[in-house]
Design a protein. Sequence first.
Length: 116
Amino acid sequence: MSVRSMTRKEFAAAAEKMTRRGRWANRLWLTIFFVILFGNLVVVRLIPENYAITYLVGFFVFLIANIIFTMRIAKNRSRRAGVICSKCKSTFSKTGLELAIATGNCSSCSEKFLDD
Ligand SMILES: [Zn+2]
């Protein structure tokens, strides 16, 4: 990656491209996730009562792992697309991204990292 900082326009274009690329993967994962979630309703009825707690704990572990996994993927995607702060290397939330495009400032370290 170049040392020169991006302009707000270039940054917005990179962010847009990243979002467009990630959209299908997100939809696919969301579909799988809901199939698992609804499948779970069926599975729950078939589970013997003495395994219910174990199953419930396992399911919560799955849900939490899913959140961590999804967040990690989003961060990696941002890094690969160069949609990070060049000063503190942090990635952005949706709001942080909009703020960066609008002002050129990072929502994490509040430094100006984009040229106008
Ligand atoms: Zn920063």
